[in-house]
Write a protein that binds this ligand. Sequence first.
Ligand code: MEV
Length: 436
Amino acid sequence: MSKKIEGFSKLTKAEKINWVAETHGENPSAFKATLETYNHSNPEVQKIHDEFIENTLTNHYLPLGVAPNFLIDGKWYTIPMAIEESSVVAAASKAAKFWSTKGGFKTEVLGTEKVGQIHLNYYGPTEKLNRFFDENTSRFLNELSSITESMERRGGGIQSVQLIDKTNALEGYYQIDLRFETADAMGANFINTCLETLAKSFTNAATLTFEADELPEVVMSILSNYVPNCLVRASVSTPIEQLGVNQLDAQSYAKKFVRAVNIAREEPYRAVTHNKGIMNGVDAVIIATGNDFRAVEAGVHAYASRDGKYRSLSQAKIEKDTLHFWLDIPLALGTVGGLTSLHPLVKRSLEILDKPSAKELMRIVAVAGLAQNFAAVNSLVTTGIQKGHMKMHLLNLLSALGANEHEKQIISKQFSEQTVTNSAVKEALTKLRDGH
Ligand code: MEV
């Protein structure tokens, strides 16, 4: 079959599956069977998933687990995590337990401001545009009132509107910068609707004021995923003597830990991996709770390089024999709207978290990131990460080698004291099957 197709989106789901299987499957019937297996047996549930996107063939599953025993601001949480990487949930659970005996995690929401921009071209005199904007701002906002009303009832709305001259960056470039509060919604739809409506009002009014050759032009209107003022801090601290760590004595452990974090503050190659470890925890909770992990990722990494150099998001210090470890992270999250009321598992994940507000979810997600970061850096400065990682990975290796449950049990026991490598596991399985 040709690999090029016209009108694919108009085919029925069965026809789409058929075309993909016949065109791309090495064994089309086995290919179709796999897609079918991953389609939900309940057609109503499947319909929900089919309608999330276009051209749905089946579902792509991630495991959903929980990390219990998180003590956050004096309240116990069980945190849902959707992630495929072995050892992330185990590490989170271990870090949760460790810090729960040391006062738990503390958090502070430092801001909840979201940003939207209307990007303009204008080549006339700046004062004329400024005057026009000042004279019309309240009218623009009035024309938005039917959209902002219900958000205002929920405590949100537009906080500020400003015209910014950006001509130093780009000739003829101006911007209408809007700041929003969006209560418990992530707010993307609300913000973009406000922006597009305001852009229309702006263009209509401008047409009546400016000559055609000076008319300001709207290039685009869109929210920004850079949210440096939608920020949350998660922290832990403990007297060093209570660290109770293995191998190294507590003082040298704490110093090495802080050193590792400082290296990630200064060295971008390390910072990226360090922050990746943070995002292991962050993304897992974001996905479980139906939030947009691409938006969060983009905003987080921009924030990590806000002073011109990419740095670790977390920081650590020793002060008066106490180890302090904290993370500031921008998180624009929602607990209403979007997937939150549509995806059955997202609803359950929010239920596991006792239906948090968006602010509370910011706190929880930041803690998951800090816990994950602690677990990774702790392993790195003590045993190295491969020991724990490969132990968890052992089951994946055994599954890939086609081991049955009995074989998995025997070999897992065998490797409790032995280093896990691909070849060693293969050899152990072969030996077991040969009757050694
Ligand atoms: C692996 O997914 C994450 C780590 O590499 C993070 C880190 O190095 O800090 C272990």
